[in-house]
Ligand binder design. Structure first.
Ligand SMILES: [Zn+2]
Length: 476
């Protein structure tokens, strides 16, 4: 039987604040275990939390960028559960009055169709610590992460395929990176994805029983885990079975999920208002201020790149994927390059090197100005496009002037017609059969003669000049 797939995602994004959400401890990733802790984030009795204002600012930024309604009065709540890496026995989160609600995000799925997905809520909370296994039969706990500020972004169950879930994730990550509120590094766990999946017969309004999938550490893993769970649920339903509401853990190595626990409902956590913190109050003026600080977001940038630079869709979506890439591209354009040529160089050659060398665009060895100089040399025909790529590769390790490198490599195009005329006359004598065929109207032989001229000139002849010269000398 065919079922309609219903997916909703819960994303935890670790906030890029310097200190934790309720204490002054640092939030640096990878420091030695338990070196970034204090009595507050260790959950000692008698300590009191103090809210880090930066967390409110970052949550408000995310809320505004995702077009949420922001609550001027929200409050924190205790979510009670026991876990070794959360020594307080509860997590400070938000429950019935989250900071942001009713947002939306636009994605493109399949055939370039735009689809708007709902954001249910965004709330702030604190992260737990980390259990570290691999000490024989013992497990250690690292509390460095405990108390780091998070936002949880909950989507509506609006996605209808794993591809849409992936498109949502890509877009959300892009927006959070533009806002600089999170590193969004899935491997380091600063962006964590939980997916709720259910199936229902087409046409049925009511949602089927859902399962929750955790522990997917890459976009690919999310897609694979969702496909696997959709298939599993389909088989259970086809055989007349019922779906159990469970939480599952994805195992990337085994390519399969296992049940972690039967799912708790919200009431199992016995949420109650956090008595140690005041309600969070923000003003319209504060929000207006934050709104004015928001950077240009991906959708707006895409529209501008299309209108101002007349770039194709593919080039735009590649450039806009990372705001530093698009800024770098714009510097090349500002240095005087044609935007379409500049976009080709950046999306193909520059990104190729960045991926090969595992560097960021800030570390790219050629400056935007130098690249634009190279593009100009090609535009004015002093070198061919092909030679331009050789010069580019050379420029990665040689910081001399572009014109000097062209000289050094001996790639300057020959536009001097006297030299070329001599070459063409030689060819005319050498290939008499081809010459008479050409003169009798076999015009496709032009390519053959051009090839010969290129060969004789070691690729340095300017094609724009040799074509008419061949017509003139051989054609008559
Ligand atoms: Zn602390």
């Amino acid at each position: 039987m065919q079922y309609e797939v219903v997916i909703g995602l819960e994303i935890h994004a670790q906030l890029k604040t310097e200190s934790k959400v309720f204490c002054g401890c640092k939030t640096i990733y990878g420091n030695s275990p338990n070196s970034q802790t204090c009595p507050i984030c260790l959950g000692m009795p008698g300590t009191l939390p103090v809210l880090n204002e930066k967390v409110i600012e970052f949550a408000a930024k995310a809320g505004l960028a995702l077009e949420c309604k922001i609550r001027l009065n929200s409050r924190t709540a205790r979510k009670n559960y026991f876990y070794p890496d959360l020594s307080k026995g509860y997590q400070i989160s938000q429950y019935d009055e989250p900071m942001c609600e009713f947002g939306k995000i636009e994605i493109f799925s399949g055939e370039d169709r735009a689809k708007v997905l709902g954001i249910t809520r965004i709330h702030i909370e604190e992260d737990s610590g980390k259990s570290v296994h691999g000490f024989g039969d013992k497990t250690a706990v690292d509390f460095n992460r405990c108390g780091t500020g998070l936002i949880e972004i909950v989507s509506e169950p609006d996605m209808r395929s794993p591809e849409e879930a992936r498109a949502y994730l890509v877009k959300l990550k892009q927006i959070l990176e533009y806002l600089e509120v999170s590193d969004c590094n899935m491997e380091e766990g600063s962006l964590r994805v939980d997916a709720n999946i259910s199936l229902r017969p087409f046409g049925q309004k009511e949602l089927g029983t859902k399962t929750e999938m955790k522990n997917m550490n890459s976009f690919r893993a999310v897609e694979k885990a969702l496909y696997s769970e959709i298939e599993r649920q389909g088989k259970v339903l086809d055989n007349g079975g019922e779906i159990q509401q469970v939480t599952m853990l994805w195992n990337e190595n085994l390519n399969q999920a296992r049940v972690m626990r039967t799912k708790e409902d919200a009431h199992d956590y016995r949420y109650f208002p956090e008595p140690d913190l005041l309600p969070i109050e923000i003003t319209e003026g504060y929000l207006a201020d934050i709104k004015s600080q928001l950077p240009e977001l991906p959708d707006a940038k895409m529209r501008r790149f299309s209108a101002d630079y007349k770039l194709g869709k593919e080039a735009i979506s590649t450039l806009v994927l990372d705001k530093n890439w698009s800024a770098w591209f714009e510097e090349v354009v500002q240095a005087g390059s044609d935007p379409v040529e500049a976009s080709k160089w950046v999306t193909v050659e520059v990104l190729r090197v960045i991926k090969e060398r595992l560097i960021s665009i800030d570390e790219f060895p050629i400056s935007p100005l130098k690249l634009s100089q190279l593009i100009k040399e090609i535009e004015k025909d002093s070198i061919s496009k092909q030679a331009g790529k050789k010069v580019f590769d050379h420029m990665l390790d040689d910081h001399s002037d572009v014109s000097l490198i062209i000289e050094k490599l001996g790639l300057k195009q020959v536009s001097d017609t006297r030299n070329l005329e001599v070459i063409i006359r030689d060819i005319k004598e050498k290939y008499s059969t081809e010459v008479s065929r050409f003169q009798n109207g076999e015009s496709k032989l032009l390519g053959f003669f051009m090839g010969q001229v290129m060969k004789e000139s070691q690729g340095k002849a300017n094609p724009k000049i040799i074509a008419p010269l061949i017509q003139k000398i051989i054609g008559d």
